[in-house]
Design a protein around this ligand. Structure first.
Ligand code: 6PG
Length: 243
């Protein structure tokens, strides 16, 4: 089954619009299937205009549950917080019930404690048996210039974790919380949104026939049964001769 889709859009505006279409499609499909939609958000800067566009939509917000695929280990009101960015751009602008927003906790003294806490929340929410992983309807991801995704950074231990839903990532010695590779790959749909010339080399490696995923972590993202979408703008992926 060909579950991988790659589209190259002419510019970032077109990329965000196509991303909006895809997110809305996955939300509507999920609600039609199970009367709810579970979405894990990406952080960073690329998705912000997408979140701002989604804030203008008229959706059955009470059926939509928001999570994050990773989080910087800072308070929720910190300028670097992925939760803060999404709330300001989107979640605070729509009538989402507060209980439908499930941020990664960052308040314990030890990130590993918060990772366990969030893992337990996911297990309870998705009613998971031990050793199984949540089937998010949609996980949004970006990639860094180093081909990291979520907070799975090159050469870090987090890349090897297969028996946890959430683990502690590490960026230049700074802790982060992140979904593990199996948590991402259990999703029904993974959608990468990649913009800008700075991502060209990372995409070269990610789309090359052979590359070490421990060096280029986004290569680990291969949903089992789910759909994998890559939406690239021309600046990032036009040179690849894809989609
Ligand atoms: C984060 C993200 C991270 C991000 C990439 C791309 O917490 O920063 O989850 O994986 O998606 O670093 O970031 P930009 O969109 O800002 O280029």
């Amino acid at each position: 089954m060909n579950n991988k889709h790659v589209e190259v859009l002419p510019d970032k505006t077109a990329l965000i619009e196509r991303g909006r279409e895809r997110v809305l499609s996955e939300i509507r499909t999920a609600i039609a299937r199970s009367d709810r939609a579970t979405i894990a958000l990406a952080g960073g800067g690329t998705p912000k205009p997408l979140y701002e566009a989604l804030a203008k939509e008229d959706l059955p917000w009470e059926k939509i549950h928001i999570f994050w695929g990773d989080e910087r280990y800072v308070p929720p009101d910190h300028p670097d917080s992925n939760q803060r960015m999404a709330r300001e751009a989107w979640l605070d602008r729509v009538p989402l019930p507060p209980e439908n927003i499930h941020p990664m906790p960052t308040g314990a003294a030890d990130p590993a404690i918060d990772a366990r806490t969030h893992e337990q929340e996911l297990q309870a929410f998705f009613e998971l048996e031990s050793g199984t992983f949540p089937e998010f309807d949609l996980i949004l991801l970006g990639i860094g210039d180093d081909a990291h995704t979520a907070s799975l950074f090159p050469g870090t231990e987090a890349l090897q974790v297969r028996d946890r839903l959430v683990t502690v990532g590490n960026k230049d010695g700074q802790p982060r919380l992140t979904f593990t590779v199996p948590s991402i790959n259990a999703a029904r749909c993974v959608l990468f949104l990649v913009s800008g010339a700075g991502k060209q080399e990372a995409l070269d490696r990610i789309f090359a026939p052979e590359a070490n995923p421990f060096v280029y972590p986004a290569r680990f993202v291969q949903p089992g049964e789910g759909q994998l979408w890559w939406l690239l703008d021309d600046a990032a992926g036009g040179h690849l001769g894809l989609g």
